[in-house]
Design a protein around this ligand. Sequence first.
Ligand SMILES: [Zn+2]
Length: 244
Amino acid sequence: MSEPLHINQHPGTNPPSFECTVVDSQVIDGDYWVQFDKTYYYPSGGGQPADHGTISADGIKYSILDVKKRSEILHLLSDSVNVDSLVNQTLTAEIDQQRRDILCRMHTAQHLVSAAADELFSATTIGNQINTQKTRIDIGIESRDSFSKDDLESSVNNYIDSAVDVSMSFRPRDELIEDPLVRVNMDLIPKNIHELRVITIDGIDICPCAGTHVGNTNQIGYIEIGKVKSKGAGKLRVEYTLVD
Ligand SMILES: [Zn+2]
């Protein structure tokens, strides 16, 4: 199985190009997907959309439009490509850096919004959908009256202003259960995973996460919270954008 090598890279910004070999191709619902022997592309998951990019072989460039993790990691090619001809070819793969960098900023901001919502309102993050233009986070909150959009926004922007280091490590599950900065419910993470990739925002938040992030909060830019919608009893959907 081709491993998602992005998990060993941090910060996730400015991902370098890499060489890889096409080991298999598949046509799924008329779309052409290829599998590499190794890949640094981020496959969609955990609320973060996939990387885009290009692969080049023999001077011909093909676009990668989506990446998904099934039993293998598959890369969606732009149409009109004879995928079979690519098998066994060695390629140069490039990840769209601009897209990746925005997703890193949006994703790291999501950790900060979730941490601040917990600190300010004892709110729990239930889900999130990160995107390049706008990100949304669903939070569970007992007392809606305690919620303040302005307080949440300024708290996150203060974290950003403080230029806090964001680091990545692998830590044992048992250790994380005891750590007060881990805000997620560790019971939701499958018990057979004993060591987890963890993103630490110094003194603010520790979160098991396989996504891509910036190396310091000062690379996020500021956030602006837009719509806050009710999503049923005790649930709010918070949307934010990035402002430079
Ligand atoms: Zn993350």
